[in-house]
Write a protein that binds this ligand. Structure first.
Ligand SMILES: Cc1cc2nc3c(=O)[nH]c(=O)nc-3n(C[C@H](O)[C@H](O)[C@H](O)COP(=O)(O)OP(=O)(O)OC[C@H]3O[C@@H](n4cnc5c(N)ncnc54)[C@H](O)[C@@H]3O)c2cc1C
Length: 555
């Protein structure tokens, strides 16, 4: 039996020569902010194919509510945005990467305005900039109140559709990156994909950009849409790429907690406007727990909610928005959502609960999105560029997707156009895993068991004991799930979720400290010696290397 971490190289058996073949210069896996921005950049140099496993609306990008951070206001400075990002990252950011993010923000935001993105405007006609937790200045560009993500997805999608040398394949699922050898370091030559109409195909490419988003769905409670199953993390790991900082998962304190309401996010701005968290007996409990009360950092509020729920034996706490002036006008999206569940924020208390929100760790890249697998780049939530450190500053993730998506796109496109026609010519690739016992397996049950175990044991409060117990459970489920061969995305996603969950669990167990969004009950303080990136690669049970934080991987 293969262990969880030495899981076989490919999810399915195949012979590349027997499958339909498609050729391109640069293949982009993912059509959210990072993938689309990367495709636009790559198209300046090369032909591009973009894969989306769903449609254009099923991305984390389309669900983003708050906005995009960037210094546009007259009183704001890059230095201030850098400081806020480093502060949120709890001593674990790579400063050169942060400076690059902030320094290129203006150009990325201004081009969105040039491309026709509709943003909310101030009375003087300039963009109205919001302020969010952790930011010293108003620097959040937003659209339609809380519909920034939808507008961003639309604008980038239209731009890509207008490019003659970019093809967009919707509902096309990437199973695995293909490499001629199975050892780490073997170059990526494309991907094996599945489309409901065309079946399995091989897409050969001279460079590949992974922009497949996050992994929130490995947790029972999550703000993420259903496609965020960590496929890119698992694919990259199987192909031998290094993953970094996998313990860091950001939890959002307030999502709507009602049967039938997928954990819709209730933005921090509501608490910023005066809403208060109440416990089961109606007490505003944050006031005594932190000097900033309800506006304490996200991880602290999330932890205090979980503790209150456990102490009082209740299922959720309440958000009291009755003191927020003009709620329906200020938060039209939320007001409409509440109405669907017969709630009126000006009259009713809103039941809320924390949920997994953002994957901070991911596929380790340099400043141009290059991974340590030749030909493979990564951008957006699936990557780890070092900008977020141990915790992400609000609204920095769309920005990261735009800035590093553009950088990765240019580098991957240039590489592809510079590769001679025979430099990465397809070689026959054979995955000769034997079809295993295809016996009965209730996939939905494996998924829900995994998600519950991750939430209970690898969630907001972690400890050596809980992490060990989760590790054992995952290992056990892996024994009879990972050796199966599935023939549709739900099986492949479940296998990817098991691997992504196990990687998070293993890194969280290794990180014997509390830092940023990673909290350990048994080691509640940060440890100076652990101010390092932990780097994980296939076939190693301990981190491969630890790079001292701040020492950026050279471009
Ligand atoms: C509710 C919510 C609100 C948020 N609000 C904000 C905010 O206000 N500001 C902010 O900065 N960030 C916010 N975030 C975070 C931010 O939205 C994400 O980090 C960001 O959009 C990620 O972009 P991405 O391009 O990396 O991935 P995504 O936008 O998630 O795109 C991933 C793409 O990869 C594709 N894909 C995945 N797996 C496969 C596969 N196997 N084969 C083919 N395609 C695949 C998907 O179909 C999709 O097209 C929010 C997140 C959520 C969930």
């Amino acid at each position: 039996m293969e262990g969880l971490f030495d899981h076989r190289r490919y999810l399915i058996p195949f012979r590349s020569g027997l499958l339909p073949q498609i050729f391109t210069d640069t293949l982009v896996i993912g059509g959210g902010a990072a993938g689309l921005r990367a495709a636009i950049a790559a198209s300046a140099h090369a032909e591009v194919i973009v894969l989306l496993k769903g449609d254009a609306r099923s991305t984390n990008t389309a669900w983003a509510a708050g906005g995009i951070a960037g210094v546009l206001g007259p009183d704001d400075t890059d230095e201030s945005h850098v400081r806020d990002t480093l502060e949120a990252g709890a001593g674990a950011c790579d400063e050169p990467a942060v400076r690059r993010l902030v320094g290129e923000a203006g150009a990325r935001l201004r081009e969105l305005l040039d491309w026709g993105m509709r943003v909310d405007r101030a009375p003087d006609g300039g963009p109205s900039l919001g302020r969010e937790g952790g930011h010293a200045h108003a620097r959040i560009l937003h659209s339609g109140g809380d519909e920034t993500g939808r507008e961003l997805q639309h604008v980038l999608g239209e731009r890509v559709r207008g490019l003659a040398n970019v093809r967009l394949f919707e509902r096309c699922f990437a199973l695995d990156l293909i490499t001629p050898g199975s050892e780490p370091g073997s170059p990526v030559m494309g991907a094996i994909t599945h489309h409901p109409k065309y079946g399995l195909q091989v897409i050969w490419a001279r460079s590949v950009i992974l922009a497949s988003g996050g992994a929130g769905v490995v947790y029972r409670e999550t703000t993420n849409p259903p496609q965020a199953t960590g496929d890119g993390l698992a694919m990259a790991y199987r192909a031998g790429a290094t993953l970094a900082d996998m313990a860091y998962v950001q939890f959002h304190p307030t999502t709507l907690y009602l049967a039938g309401a997928s954990r819709a996010l209730i933005t921090e701005a509501v608490r910023g406007a005066g809403a208060r968290l109440l416990d089961g007996s109606g007490r505003a409990f944050m006031a005594d727990l932190h000097p900033l009360g309800d506006l304490a950092p996200r991880d602290i509020v999330a932890r205090e909610i979980v503790r209150t729920i456990r102490r009082q034996g209740v299922s959720h706490v309440w958000l009291d928005c009755r003191g927020v002036a003009d709620f329906p006008q200020r938060f039209p999206g939320l007001a409409a959502l509440f109405r669907r569940f017969a709630l009126d924020a000006t009259r009713d208390l809103i039941p809320v609960h924390p949920a997994a929100h953002y994957m901070v760790g991911g596929v380790r890249t340099d400043a141009d999105g290059r991974t340590d697998v030749p030909g493979l780049f990564a951008a957006g939530e699936t990557s780890c560029t070092g900008v977020h450190g141990a915790n992400r500053l609000a609204s920095n993730s769309l920005l990261e997707g735009l800035v590093f998506g553009a950088r990765a796109g240019h580098a991957a496109g240039r590489d592809a156009s510079g590769t001679p026609a025979n430099g990465r010519a397809p070689v026959p690739i054979v995955s000769d895993i034997r079809p295993s016992d295809l016996g009965e397996l209730d996939l939905a049950d494996v998924r829900s068991s995994l998600r519950s175990a991750m939430w209970k044991n690898v969630g907001i409060e972690r400890s050596a004991q809980r992490l060990a117990s989760a590790g054992e459970m995952l290992d056990f489920w892996a024994r009879y799930t990972l050796d199966k061969i599935f023939d549709d995305p739900s099986g492949w996603e479940t296998q990817n979720m098991l691997l992504a969950g196990a990687l998070i669990t293993r890194a969280a167990a290794w990180r014997r400290e509390s830092r940023g969004c990673h909290w350990r009950d048994d080691c509640p303080d940060p440890v100076d010696a652990l101010r390092v990136h932990d780097l994980w690669r296939r076939g190693r049970a301990e981190p491969a290397t630890q790079v001292v934080v701040g020492a950026e991987v050279p471009a």
